[in-house]
Design a protein around this ligand. Sequence first.
Ligand code: GAR
Length: 210
Amino acid sequence: MVKIAVMVSGGGTNLQALIDAETRGEIRNGEISAVISSSPDAYALERAKCAFIPSYVLRRRDFGSAEAYGEALAEMLEQLGIGLVVLAGFMTVLSPAFCRRFEGRIINIHPSLIPSFCGPGFYGLHVHEAALAKGVKVTGATVHFVSEVVDGGAIILQKAVAVQPGDTPETLQRRVMEEAEWQLLPRAVSLFCEGRLQTQGNLVNILDVG
Ligand code: GAR
């Protein structure tokens, strides 16, 4: 069993999708062992409590630098024996040293089709505001491995979602979550835990089960 830590900062609907998938038996060979929040007020912590998952709060502002934050986080994850770190709406950028230490063991969900609308400053609702401002007709979500480059790691899964006339950032965000994020993230987590993700440089191959 791969022990999974889910990192959150806000509402935690992606955490909920993971909890629900685990309940349905859809996270094969993995279990959500910890929820770590960058904020004590995140509603995601309530969701963890309801599912009896131990939760921890690690605030960036309690540390002098991104490096110190990353070190504290790495120690916590190693003590807990975590094999997979899932960033599910985690709004703190992790230090390069942390990304290297957990290379190939951190995945992130991003609410656009990378390489569109990604990188520094593109998070949460801002991503959907930018997509609407550009006038794209199709957007979506991406699950990728985390590297030192923000939103630049190898892509695992993507799904397209149509933009509808009259969409607001809020309606588009909701559709991208419902039609893409809540499906892609549990699927990617299960594939990782089953050992079915094989990385070659920036390419991820999904292995068939023998
Ligand atoms: C989700 O849309 C997620 O893709 C996005 O924040 C939202 C969190 O919602 N993440 C990013 O923008 C990361 N760059 P949630 O707390 O309800 O899962």
